[in-house]
Every structure is written in C-alpha cells, then in structure tokens.
Ligand binder design. Structure first.
Ligand code: ADP
Length: 567
C-alpha cells in the first residue's frame, strides 16, 4: 500500500482536507495573514532603499537625501518588526483553536467506536496520534505556513523588482534553479517514508510505556524488569535510528538546493561587476540586485525547508485522518423517535454475532425477558455471556437477528434513551481518579447526597465508605487501585442503581466478592430491583437462585430456558 502523502498530490489532498477545520476561523485569520504579508512587503523595500542610498545620496553627496533615506529605512524596519510580532502571536492563537477542534473531532470519533476497535488498537498508538501528530501539525502550521506565505511574497516581490532593475541579471540568477528543484524532489520523496517510520517508532515507545506501566505489577512479580528495560532500549534504538535517517535526509534536502543556488551568486557577481566597470549599470543597481539575489536565496531555501515541514505535517495529518476515518460500527439513526416510558422487556430474536473470523460467538440466540423480572444468564466462560450484555447496550449490533426493548428494535432507538433505560455494570468496572461521591454520581451528576447514600447502601458499600476518614470525599486512586476489586465492583453497582434504569445488566457482579458480601448484595438486589428488569450474568448458584428465569448458554446457543416462580 502506498503510504499517504508520498506525492505532492497526496500532500495537497491532506492539506485540502485540513482546510475544513480552518474554514470557520477564516474571518479571524484573514486580517492576521494580511498584516503578515504587509510586514513582508515592507521588508522587500530594504535593498531598494540601499540603491537610493548609494545612487541618490552617496554618489551625489546629498546630505539631506542621506538623512531622509536613513530615517525611511529605520521606520520601515521597526514597522515591519512590530507587524510581524502581532501577526505571529494572533496566528498561533487562532491555529491553537483550529487544532483543538481537530483533537475534539478525533476524540468524538473515538467515543463512537466499538470495543472491537479498542481490542484491536494499541492505546499508545491512539494517544500518539492525538498528542504527537496533532502537536506536529500545530508546529508545522505555526512555524511553516505563515513563513511559507511570507516567503512566497518575498520571492515574488524580489523577482518582480529584479526583472524591473535588469532582466538579464535576473535570468542569470535563476539559471541553476531547475537543478535545485530536482535535487529537492529527490530528497523529499525519501523523506516522506522516513517521517512516517519515525512517527510509528515514536508510537511504539508510547504503546510500550502504557502497556508496561499498566502491567507493572506483573512485570515486577515476574522478575521481568531487566527484560522490559531491554525492550524499552530496543524500541528507543528503533526510534533514534529512524530519527537520524530522517534528519540526514532533511539536512541534505535543505542544504543541497541552497548550495547549488549559491554558485549562481558568483556568476552574478562577475557579470554584474563587468557591467558596472563598462558603465552599463550603476553601482547602486548592482548592490540592490546582489541584495535581492541573496534575498531570493533565503526565501527559496526556506520554501524548500517549509516543504520538508509540510511533508512531516502531511504524514501526521494522514495519521490523524486515519483515526477519523475509522468506520463507526454502531451508529444512531438520525430520525430515531424518542422512547417514552420504557417498561424494560428485552427480546433477543434469532441473534447471531461474531467478532472476527468464521466462528460465530452467538448463533440464532432467542429469548424473552419480561419487564420487571430477574433473569440470570449462565454458562461456561467464553460462551458469549458478556457479548449478550454488549449487544443490549448496543456496543455492537447483531450480525443477523435483532434485539428489542419493549418491542422496539434497539437500532431504532436514540442512544441517549437506550442507555438511560438499560445500564450495564461491567465485570471489571472503571473508576475515575476522583472522589467516591463523584464516581457513584458519574452517570447522574445531579444526584443529591441522600440518593447517593441510598444507592451505596443498596450496593452494600455504604458502611465501608462511611468508615473512611473522608467518607464520600475519599479519593479513588487512578484506576481505583486503592480499593479492592470487590469494593470497586460495589461502587460501580451503586453507580448503576443511582441511575434507576428500567433494565439493569450486571456482568458477574459478585465475581470479586466473598460469600458474605455476595449474600448481602444478593439479598439487597432481590429487594431492590422490584419494578426493574435485572439481568444477571453469573456462574454463582446464589445469584441464579433469586432469578425468575435462568437462561443457560452453551457454545453460543441457548440450551435451556428455565422459569421459576419468584421466591
Ligand atoms: P463470556 O462472557 O461468556 O465469558 P464473552 O462474551 O466475553 O464470553 O466472549 C465470547 C467469546 O468472544 C470468547 O471466545 C472471547 O474470546 C471472544 N471475544 C470477546 N471479546 C472479543 C473481542 N473484542 N474481539 C474478539 N473476540 C472477542
């Protein structure tokens, strides 16, 4: 597969797409660019002022003209300096907003992607794209694009003035230009691939760190510290190697065309000098032409350098766009009507589902769970129980068949309504680095203390929280590490109960609990979920006992549907 941005056309495609993010800011950006261009144009006047200085003041020995020209030069320099600062500052300000919009777009897309995407993608790679790649785009746009515009104006202005001063001298000054452009193209082609490799190696390091930091307990207890340091070193070596290769090419790409152009200065010097000696050109004109020529070299070189940055930026943009283009598996119907007063009846109708490959996880699964009942889903590990929960929350859609809430296909519901009606407590729930209160109220931020405490009591965690010195204000460590697995699970159950959903799905809610805690949760669940549908995925007999209905899965199929009268 050809890597993106490996040709000027591809480069153009990436930046044209990025323009969509700039468009809303156009009105604010236009004055900034106008000021910047005006400042550049002012800078262009300098060599011409030197010509005036020599031809009008020095050679004519005119003191008044000398003072006038010197004052003019000072005013032009100061004005151009001030305008450049103002425009750069405003430009960085606006570009930071544009880039945040881009980060936000990526973050929104990440929120819409299914767990399948997260199972297949390294977290470090995603973070690297949002952080490093958009950071790179920010750097390129801040440093390069404004410079590119300024340089194009300098170049065009310089060319026009040189043509006006002496056409033949101008042609001489650009005689070696084709050679420099050819060498540039050569290096740039190499550079694109190298930049992409370098970004990928950098993402490797990010992924390595995230993975091993998350698994530090395992690293330490397996005595794998030295092994991980070797792997870190190896990844760093890969990164430095690709960085050096890129730097070398980048250096040549920047220096070679400049060197070739410098040779043409010598030619100009000889030819122009002869014209002055022959009396065919004034000294001031020669000085001005030489100055413009040197000034052409600067912008020409910068434009070539900017091209290098633009290539790096385009590679980063393409990596960001790849994320943005990741297809959303489960989408909300735009015209989905609202769900009034859900009752909580769930129906699976001939549902089949597979993650990848040929083997379906679920095959023709059908069952009905009446509103307000307690249902246990049991079966051996890996049989697809959690997948059933994910299908109820529409984290996935079935490959065939359908899932219904109160007779309505979930695909016809708004996400907001669906996830208000059905709440899931995961097997290993996620807690944020925040207070216990905030963690319980996460999905219901407006809840008051009484409601939060009632939910915590029902989840048999209130006494534990109340015993903490800071009570509900106790901070949960990052990823909940200061709590035991069972405590985390009970906080998550409290969080779900607080939402008072019509359907509560609990995935192995007591897996991490001892039998005493399990008993107390089971008792409170049986009492609590009256009026709610409770679907409990479990392999514990105690939980199955409180159920009105037990669905037994085997090899992705329902093998038994047992109904019991409520105890
Ligand atoms: P259970 O909850 O019954 O233990 P799951 O529903 O978690 O089973 O998983 C059912 C099967 O699907 C298992 O074989 C598991 O390996 C596989 N599986 C689960 N999640 C994914 C995923 N994101 N990608 C690929 N396969 C998966």
């Amino acid at each position: 597969m050809a890597s993106p941005a490996d040709s000027p056309q591809q480069l153009f495609v990436q930046y044209r797409r990025a323009m969509a993010y700039i468009a809303p800011y156009w009105l604010r950006l236009a004055p900034v660019l106008a000021i910047s261009l005006f400042a550049t144009a002012l800078g262009l006047a300098q060599p011409y002022i030197s010509k005036l200085l020599i031809d009008e003041a020095l050679l004519r020995r005119d003191m008044r003209a000398l003072v006038g020209v010197a004052g003019f030069m000072l005013a032009v320099t100061v004005l151009s300096f001030v305008l450049s600062i103002v425009s750069s500052y405003r430009y960085v300000q606006v570009s930071a907003e544009v880039l945040f919009d881009m980060r936000l777009a990526v973050y929104r897309r990440l929120q819409a992607l299914s767990p399948r995407f997260y199972a297949q993608t390294r977290l470090g790679d995603i973070v690297s794209r949002i952080n490093n790649d958009i950071g790179e785009v920010q750097r390129v746009s801040a440093d390069s694009i404004l410079a590119l515009l300024a340089n194009i104006v300098s170049l065009a202005g310089g060319v026009a003035i040189m043509l006006w001063l002496n056409r033949r001298m101008f042609l001489l000054s650009i005689v070696l230009l084709p050679a420099s452009i050819l060498s540039l193209r050569h290096y740039q082609r190499r550079l694109t691939g190298q930049v992409r490799t370098m970004r990928e190696r950098s993402a490797d390091i990010g992924s390595f760190l995230i993975e091993t930091l998350q698994g530090m307990r395992l690293v330490v207890t397996s005595g794998a510290e030295a092994h991980e340091i070797d792997r870190f070193r190896e990844r760093n070596r890969g990164f430095v190697k690709s960085l050096l290769a890129m730097q070398l090419t980048s250096y040549f790409a920047g220096a070679m065309p400049g060197t070739i152009l410098a040779v043409s200065s010598t030619i100009l010097f000889l030819y122009g000098g002869k014209l002055v000696i022959d009396g065919a050109m004034t000294v001031g004109t020669l000085v001005a032409i030489l100055a413009y020529h040197v000034r052409l070299l600067g912008p020409a070189q910068s434009i070539l350098g900017v091209y290098t940055s633009l290539v790096a930026g385009a590679v980063s943009l393409s990596r960001v766009f790849e994320l943005l283009d990741t297809p959303v598996e489960v989408a909300e119907r735009a015209d989905a009507p609202p769900l009034e007063e859900p009752q909580g009846a769930i129906r699976f109708q001939d549902v089949s589902f597979r993650y990848a490959g040929d083997t379906p996880v679920l095959e023709g699964v059908s069952f009905d769970i009446p509103a307000g009942s307690i249902c246990a889903i049991v079966g051996p590990s890996g049989v697809g129980k959690s997948t059933i929960a994910d299908l109820m929350l529409r984290l996935y859609d079935p490959e065939s068949g359908s899932v219904h809430l109160d007779g309505r296909d979930l695909r016809d519901l708004r996400f907001e309504d669906l996830r208000r009606a059905i709440t899931l407590v995961d097997q290993s729930p996620h807690l944020f680095h925040a207070s216990i209160r905030e963690n319980i109220a996460y999905a219901q931020p407006a809840a008051n203390d009484e409601e939060i405490i009632a939910a915590a009591r029902a989840a048999a965690i209130h006494d534990f929280i109340a015993a903490q010195p800071n009570g509900y204000d106790t901070l949960v460590g990052e990823r909940g590490l200061t709590l035991s697995a069972g405590q985390r699970q009970r906080i998550a159950i409290a969080r779900a109960l607080l939402r008072r959903p019509k359907v509560l799905v609990l995935d192995e809610p007591t897996a991490a609990l001892d039998s005493a805690a399990e008993k107390s949760i089971t008792e409170s669940l049986a009492g609590l979920v009256r009026g709610q549908t409770a679907i409990i995925i479990t392999h514990r007999a105690a939980l199955a006992e409180i159920a009105d209905q037990v669905i037994t899965l085997e090899a992705g199929k329902v093998v038994e549907l047992a109904c019991a009268s409520r105890i």
